[in-house]
Design a protein around this ligand. Structure first.
Ligand code: 5AD
Ligand code: FES
Length: 375
């Protein structure tokens, strides 16, 4: 294990089999060595600055039926909501006022024209009302190239679309037959072609998922030249078909695997942005801090208006359900300071990986926005 870590720290070539060996390390001392090496590479490549991406969960209406997700279409126990345009814009401007630099608009997947047009209007308003300063990431699922282009032109410049797993057989076990793995991968390529910074990720610790699968997921991120990674442990939601199929999952091993995956991804991909996702905190009270210490550099504070939060539970035990934006802001500031890191306020915080790819140039020029080169 030491030999593999040495090669990775020096930026030398390694194989998926070696990444898998790291993912399988089980002794506490080995895990600590892995996190320490990943943290050293994080400091070298992206530095000790954490960027905030305030997330607005603008609707839980979803046309999809993923077997693991609490807001899947067939879950009749969910009270469905759609935030109003004014509410969404107000939340975005709150983030701008508090110098978050960047936000994420996320929702269940919808492809109808009313929804597409509404997002376009919201993007234009946020851009105009923040003087082009607020960075906007979308996380709105699979769409046509035309829709991705319209939203890009309206002001979004990053897009998150988790591939969920890169093993097509496992993908089929987790989704109804109408959800197609190849379509999802094609969407990532389209997003790149349109000009977005592209983020993807997987769930970690899924039933029937092996460490070999996870090593291949990292290979996929590398081969698709991904700029941002958002991935987290799979967490049960009892009102889903997948929860009926599995026994209780062990939160300790699930958290460990999530952290090891962050660390190995940091060691292999080096200069990308990696989120310490909320699912880590569903498994342990300081799970997100642990994520930062294992190599992540992004946190997504929840901006969703409190009354809606209880209805956006993709998995059980999601934190921050009763809190509001101000409480999450204070809480996360303390958590980041608690591990000796600083928050990159007022900056987009693009990954050095992306800046290298784009020749150090922001795609949205002439806006006067900070492109986040200060990492
Ligand atoms: N556990 C963990 N993550 C989940 N997601 C959906 N359901 C769950 C779950 N039960 C993740 C998916 C999706 C993202 C928005 O939330 O990866 O892409
Ligand atoms: Fe929301 Fe801590 S981040 S309460």
């Amino acid at each position: 294990m030491q030999a593999i870590l040495k090669k990775l720290t020096a930026g030398e070539g390694t194989s998926p089999a070696e990444w898998q060996a790291l993912l399988e390390c089980s002794q506490p001392a080995e895990r600590q060595a892995l996190y320490k090496a990943a943290y050293a590479v994080k400091l070298q490549t992206v530095g000790p600055t954490v960027y905030f991406r305030g997330i607005v969960e603008l609707s839980n209406i979803c046309s999809k039926d993923c077997y693991y997700c609490g807001i899947r279409r067939s879950n009749a126990n969910v009270e469905r909501y759609q935030m109003g345009e004014d509410e969404i814009v107000r939340d975005a401007l709150w983030a701008h006022e508090h110098r978050y630099g960047s936000i994420v608009l996320q929702a269940g997947e919808r492809q109808d024209a009313a929804f597409v047009d509404q997002i376009e209007r919201i993007l234009k308003r946020i851009k105009a009302e923040s003087d082009g300063e607020l960075g906007i990431t979308l996380s709105l699922g699979e769409q046509s190239a035309e829709v991705y282009r319209a939203w890009f032109e309206a002001g979004a410049h990053r897009y998150l679309l988790r591939v969920e797993t890169t093993n097509p057989d496992l993908y089929r076990q987790l989704h109804p037959a109408t959800h197609d793995f190849d379509t999802r991968v094609a969407c990532l390529d389209t997003l790149r072609d349109v000009g977005y910074q592209v983020g993807t990720g997987v769930m970690i610790g899924l039933p029937n998922q092996t460490t070999a699968d996870l090593a291949q997921d990292i290979r996929f991120f590398r081969d698709h030249d991904i700029d941002m990674i958002g991935m987290g442990p799979y967490v049960l939601h009892s009102e889903t078909p997948l929860a009926q199929r599995v026994d209780a999952i062990n939160p300790v091993t699930q958290l460990e695997l999530g952290l090891k995956m962050i660390a190995v991804t940091r060691l292999v991909l080096r200069d990308v942005n990696i989120a310490a996702t909320t699912a880590l905190q569903a498994l342990h009270p300081t799970g997100r801090e642990m994520g930062l210490q294992a190599g992540a550099n992004i946190i997504m504070p929840n901006l969703t208006d409190t009354p809606y939060r209880k209805d956006y539970q993709l998995y059980e035990g999601k934190p921050c359900i009763d809190e509001d934006s101000t409480m999450c802001r204070g809480c996360l500031q303390k958590r980041v300071a608690g591990i000796g890191e600083t928050i990159g306020l007022g900056q987009w915080g693009d990954s050095p990986h992306y800046l290298r790819r784009a020749g150090g140039r922001s795609l949205v020029e002439g806006t006067g926005a900070d492109t986040g080169t200060g990492v």
